[in-house]
Write a protein that binds this ligand. Structure first.
Ligand SMILES: C[S@@+](CC[C@H](N)C(=O)[O-])C[C@H]1O[C@@H](n2cnc3c(N)ncnc32)[C@H](O)[C@@H]1O
Length: 277
């Protein structure tokens, strides 16, 4: 092994990252992974020597636009660590709002479904916070479901899994139907950062030209599968609130709340079918 001092590597790679427009903290996190210790250890133990080759290979991936979370194989969500790779969307902080809303709304023993589970971040978080709930996670992507399953096992969560195109493959009624659906209009994909457009699964990003195709289907299809008093809780995209309110109305839902994210963007929509439906 050709050992090099941590302090020298850190200085050299942070400067190179900054030059390429990459956050130098990414270097610190990859160095921390390389020594299996926290970043504070890396900063305090510059005298240690490590083999730079594996780190360099990971940095090359980062320089080429691969998201840090895929390189590290993990992402934080709602206080837990989830395994992620290119089969699933990297869970976003704003989706924690949906989890918060679901936890507040769920009656004891609630039957809950997470539609489009991806990494399983939503389904597993709510079940781990409230093990009284009966949680089903579905995704149309078998590859994504394998990641949901890996994270379920990692967290010892009692979440059932099924492959389903939205609710079509699922029987029964739910107190909560949750979803962070794909909602980016197809034409906008090209304008996204390379990390997103080049690496995250297209089916997790866009439902088609309008961006609201799956949101509309969820308003329509959820009516038959919500228990009395049940709610649909969905994440929506930037600028979609007005259209989503119209879609809710035209598909027999009353919007109860639209919760803004930390940037003030309307993000989480809570609705329920009109009682006369
Ligand atoms: C935006 S990602 C959300 C992933 C995860 N729930 C999260 O919040 O990080 C959307 C997910 O919906 C899934 N999906 C897309 N179309 C679907 C459909 N018609 N039925 C079920 N799942 C679908 C994708 O495979 C993807 O995993």
């Amino acid at each position: 092994m050709n050992g090099q001092r941590l302090s020298a590597l850190r200085k050299q790679f942070r400067a190179e990252a900054a030059r390429r427009g990459i956050d130098p903290r990414d270097v610190d996190l990859l160095l921390a992974d390389a020594v299996g210790r926290p970043v504070s250890f890396v900063v305090a133990h510059g005298e240690l020597e490590i083999d730079a080759a594996p780190l360099l290979a990971k940095l090359e991936r980062r320089y080429a636009g691969e998201p840090l979370q895929y390189i590290r194989g993990r992402a934080d969500f709602y206080g837990r660590e989830f395994f992620v790779d290119e089969r699933v969307l990297i869970p976003r902080p704003e989706t924690e709002l949906l989890v918060e809303a679901a936890l507040k709304l769920a009656p004891r023993g609630a039957r809950v479904i997470d539609v489009g589970s991806g990494s399983g971040a939503i389904a597993i978080s709510i079940e781990r916070e409230r093990p009284d709930m009966r949680v089903l996670a579905v995704d149309v992507s078998i590859a994504a479901l394998a990641v949901t399953a890996a994270n379920r096992d990692r967290h010892g969560a009692h979440v059932h899994l099924a492959a389903s195109d939205l609710l079509s493959g699922v029987d029964g009624r739910f107190d909560l139907i949750l979803s962070n659906p794909p909602y980016i209009p197809a034409a906008q994909i090209e304008s996204l950062q390379i990390e997103v457009r080049g690496h995250e699964p297209l089916a997790a990003l866009t439902p088609g030209a309008g961006g609201i195709e799956i949101i509309e289907r969820l308003f329509e299809e959820s009516r038959a599968q919500l228990a009395p008093g049940g709610r649909l809780v969905m994440e929506i995209g930037f600028g979609q609130e007005a259209l989503v309110r119209q879609l809710a109305e035209s598909h027999g839902h009353a919007v109860e709340t639209v919760i803004p994210d930390l940037a003030g963007i309307p993000r989480t929509v809570v609705s329920s079918p009109h009682v006369d439906q």
